[in-house]
Design a protein around this ligand. Structure first.
Ligand SMILES: [Zn+2]
Length: 764
């Protein structure tokens, strides 16, 4: 076994603050760049309860030691009880749930016919909130029914939820497919709906947010039909434009409450850039290993730690490496858990419970744990790789933090350009405002689907408005024979049930099931469809909770992967071949050395081969073929073609390297301009595009139909090109490196020089 990266500091528990100082001292002693910021402790600020808060509720809260609300709670409750829709924007653990439970319970305590609908992005969060709510309701001794309604609700219980549920906790997907289309069975709910709560508002951005805005349009349309007009209460983690997002989702004005009155212990935030290990190729120590060293040290010091890794494979690798580095401490490796999409719900609940009780000392997670799932405040949070947005980064940092104790948050930069940009300009993290969350409820692709659902639910009246261009779109549906006009109404004509065909999420919900073979086969996990070709192809090493399995057989049609446990010293990394074709050009503009365009593109993805990568050293030790059908994506793209003038003197391989370099830079910098997630944008480079006939770099929206990112990039094309050139010129490598034009396999690569020429000609 390799020597531990850090000496064992103490066998006893160290307070997080002391452990943080020890980690910082250690990082500073290494030949590397480390930025430290201290965010001061803030004391609590209180206000008084709004007069309408029910006395029984106040008595119960007082029994729990809550005599006064924080300032933000008081204001939010006041708005909600006065019937003003409100958005509450405060950090994790600031007592947000009371902002909605107090007005809702106060209203139902006064009037038992009143109803409320709570929407959470996931089933798990709804379950979490149900437990908390039931505790409060039981203590109040009032007959108030609170139920979850989701895919797991048994058929015989559904009726009771529909009639007796004062508070129904569900998710937008269920509202969309199971509640709104069957509104006639939910008369009690819709007639008396006083409040709609949307927690985790910040998750409703991009495509999902555009869909949810339309689901809310349908909800309000049905409420209006039954004569109710609910007040909306939104809760959000920090984003740049919470009020704008809430108003876009609701289609109406919203009050904003963002002055957090909850106390916060001191936080130390560290940005760590691992040392360069190969100066010529600009390769740094792996972020995974640097993060592992920091986390291992914190765990040894007894600090409960959460580690965020950027992908499922990386979570499992980090878990394996961390357990390995703590092997000398008996019992310790078992107290380190993984947490990601694909684990079974029961496994996840156990880990959450273990984190709250303190039995689990460290969890390695994907952004699946960014959401509001209650795991208590951790002592430290280690984020491996910039997660793509400041909003995500601060949510991940925010998982560490306790009210009366210091906490440590560390970002470990990876080698990619965005990470290196952040590491070189830490002000970006501390001084820049958090990204806006963007939605486009009138996106034709999204709107048309919900218009059909709405027409199924209630006939449209001529002149009724449902998003943009309602009249024209109704005429189109009539032409297709889906609706028919009779008098001043459009009636739904077919047997087809439209909501079932429309998924709110890009990641389709038809998961693959992973089954461990044996005398008694057992389901060990799940895998979403887009990831299946990469993670559970035949002969893949699938790692689940640190245990390796080999995929023996993938039944693509039945969505089942059969696996057997193995113990090998490698993992597999699948390669995806992407083909891009332009279908149509919508906008074009000339540039000095080329041409910018945006339009519709089609992409096909085909998993081709996989590499076997040795654990720890990450060397390539073999490969195999993958045989899985290709997948297609229709979306929008922005592309720039380079004319002869820009490519003059470049040989073919130089041109190819230069284009790949420009694509790498543009793709990694685009999220800053689009204020989107890095994963929302893809890129491709063609030495000769079949559409433009020119050497071309493409950026595309990574979701079906697109969400307007390509359009935004076209609008900001000059700024983007200039930023690419600026980052390239500022990079202190010689021939190209991960921080500018992308990783180069050998020194003396032409990538940097060629990319520079292309960008200089383009920007004039
Ligand atoms: Zn460079």
């Amino acid at each position: 076994m390799a020597e531990p990266a850090y000496p064992v500091l103490a066998t006893r528990t160290m307070p997080p603050a002391a452990a943080a100082e020890a980690v910082i001292a250690d990082l500073r002693a290494r030949p590397t760049e480390t930025t430290v910021r201290r965010i001061e402790e803030t004391p609590a600020r209180f206000a008084s309860w709004p007069g309408e808060t029910h006395p029984d509720l106040l008595a119960e809260l007082s029994r729990r030691g809550i005599d006064r609300p924080y300032t933000h709670q008081s204001l939010a409750i006041e708005h909600a009880l006065a019937g003003r829709s409100v958005v509450v924007v405060t950090p994790t653990a600031s007592g947000k749930t009371l902002c909605y439970n107090a007005p809702v319970l106060s209203t139902i305590l006064r009037d038992r016919s009143a109803r409320a609908l709570y929407l959470f992005p996931t089933k798990a969060l709804a379950q979490d909130q149900l437990d908390e709510l039931n505790g409060l309701v039981t203590a109040l001794g009032a007959e108030i029914g609170a139920f979850t309604y989701d895919g797991d609700t048994p058929a015989d219980a559904r009726r009771a939820v529909r009639t007796a549920g004062h508070i129904v906790l569900t998710n937008p997907d269920m509202l969309h497919t199971a509640i709104l289309p069957h509104h006639t069975k939910w008369v009690q709910l819709f007639e008396s709906l006083e409040f709609v709560v949307l927690d985790e508002l910040h998750t409703y951005r991009g495509v999902l947010g555009s869909h949810v805005a339309n689901v809310i349009r349908r909800l309000r349309r049905i409420c209006q039909f039954y004569g109710s007009n609910p007040t909306f209460i939104f809760c959000s983690a920090t984003i740049g434009n919470p009020a704008e997002l809430a108003e876009a989702l609701l289609g109406d004005a919203v009050e904003m409450v963002d002055d957090n009155g909850a106390p916060q212990g001191e936080r130390v935030v560290v940005v760590h850039n691992p040392p360069v290990v190969n100066r010529e190729l600009g390769i740094r120590q792996s972020a995974l290993k640097a993060g592992r060293d920091i986390a291992a040290r914190l765990i040894r010091a007894g600090v409960q730690t959460i580690v965020f890794a950027p992908s499922r494979i990386r979570v499992e690798l980090m878990l394996t490496y961390l357990r390995d580095s703590l092997k000398d401490k008996p019992g310790e490796p078992e107290r380190i858990a993984g947490y990601r999409g694909g684990y079974l719900p029961l496994e996840r609940r156990n880990i959450e419970r273990g984190l709250r009780s303190g039995d689990v000392r460290c969890v390695v997670a994907t952004n699946a744990l960014e959401l509001g799932i209650d795991i208590g405040g951790m002592g430290a949070s280690v984020v491996v790789g910039y997660p793509g947005t400041l909003a995500s980064l601060w949510q991940q940092f925010g998982r560490a933090g306790r009210r009366h104790e210091g906490s440590l948050s560390v970002l470990v930069a990876s080698s990619n350009p965005l990470d290196q940009y952040v590491a070189a300009n830490p002000g970006f993290i501390f001084d820049r405002s958090i990204e806006n969350a963007l939605i486009d409820p009138d996106n034709i692709f999204v709107l048309a689907n919900h218009l059909k659902c709405a027409a199924f639910e209630l006939p449209f009246v001529v002149g009724e408005v449902f998003g943009a261009h309602t009249a024209e779109m109704l005429e189109l549906l009539a032409d297709e024979g889906l609706i028919q006009r009779s008098g001043d109404r459009y009636h739904w004509m077919t047997e087809a049930y439209p909501a079932e065909q429309v998924s709110l999420r890009t990641a389709s919900t038809d998961n693959f099931v992973i089954i461990e073979q044996g005398p008694r086969p057992k389901v060990i996990g799940e895998c979403d469809r887009p990831s299946a070709p990469l993670l559970i192809h035949e002969d893949a090493i699938y790692i689940h909770r640190g245990q390796q399995y080999q995929v023996e057989w993938l039944d693509w049609d039945d969505k089942k992967a059969y696996v057997s446990p193995v113990s090998v010293d490698y993992y597999t990394d699948a390669q995806l071949a992407v083909e891009l074709k332009v279908l149509d050009s919508f906008r074009a503009a000339d540039a000095p050395g080329g041409r910018h365009e945006m339009g519709e593109v089609a992409l096909t993805f085909l998993a081709t081969i996989f590499k076997k990568v040795k654990l720890n050293t990450h060397e390539n030790v073999g490969w195999g073929k993958i045989a899985i059908p290709e997948e297609t994506l229709h979306t929008t793209g922005y592309w720039l073609g380079f004319e002869d003038e820009a490519t003059k003197g470049l040989k073919r391989d130089e041109l190819a390297a230069g284009l790949a370099g420009v694509a790498h830079l543009a793709r990694n910098l685009a999220p800053i301009f689009c204020m989107c997630d890095a994963r929302d944008i893809g890129s491709e480079a063609h030495v000769r595009s079949t559409f433009t006939g020119l050497p071309t770099v493409y950026l595309f929206d990574n979701v079906p139909g697109g969400v307007g990112l390509a359009e935004k990039l076209f609008d900001l094309r000059h700024e983007l090109a200039e930023a690419c050139l600026r980052v390239l010129l500022a990079c202190d490598c010689r021939d190209g490196c991960p921080a500018c034009v992308g990783p180069q396999v050998e020194s003396k690569s032409p990538a940097r020089k060629a990319a520079r020429q292309l960008l200089e000609k383009l920007t004039g």
